[in-house]
Design a protein around this ligand. Sequence first.
Ligand code: ZN
Length: 289
Amino acid sequence: MENSRFIAGQPVDVSTGSIRVQRLLCPNASVMTGPGTNTYLIGERELALIDPGPAIPAHNSAIIEALAGWPLKWIFVTHTHGDHSPGTAALKALTGAQVVGLSPPEGAAYQDHGFVPDRVYRDGESIQCDGFSMRLVHTPGHVSNHLCFLLEEDAILFTGDHILQGTTPVILPPDGDMTDYMNSLEQLRQMPLKALAPGHGEVMTEPVQMIDTLIRHRQRREQKVVKSLGALNSCTLNELVLLAYDDVPAHLIPWAKKTLLAHLYKLQRDGRARSDGAENIEECLWEIM
Ligand SMILES: [Zn+2]
């Protein structure tokens, strides 16, 4: 075996532009996952992997093949949704890799409750790997246990579902939170980044521009929610979503409702909207303040 996975000076994978980052696309394309989940393999000798994806045997085999006999030492998991973390267990069993991530929030929906990290990790902690280091950046918003990972040597940020290419993430309240999401975006905007490597879609090479676009998109949506609330006066979530998200195709409305609720909770917290407090969220009436 050669003494490195690198061919001198050549990117391992042109889609990432980095000599040490290889992208493997999981065959789980869908409305929610776009072209599928991106799994990233990083390093030269002892390797790290980001997001094993769902437990799909073909993808697991593709990962093992890409390792090409090199040891997998670290499995980094951005968050514990079904399209990101369930492949972890089989991969850990095969390789003995250390699992880095945050435990799923208790009782939250769509979560892989079987996910167990090897220890508790802190925001800002940097993990020294073989020839590179990975910094943990806690980015709650999409869900509360979301991490981005910064490959410090290349200034590439692995963004999971916090920043996607080609679409915007759903915010899933009550665990997901719009105020947290906006704050997480502002935090990333201050970081000197060269590229964003998302959980779904292509690598993005203009991080600040992308983050600004996302912030503006959320602010414009919030304004539209306020305007729609004003126009409808007292309304349910179902009534409001059709006006505030009239630009969204019908099949995505159930997901838009979740992000709309996250906007409403933020507006309530900001003192700009109020609800009648009905326990059934479908019957709850909202109005502008
Ligand atoms: Zn997700």
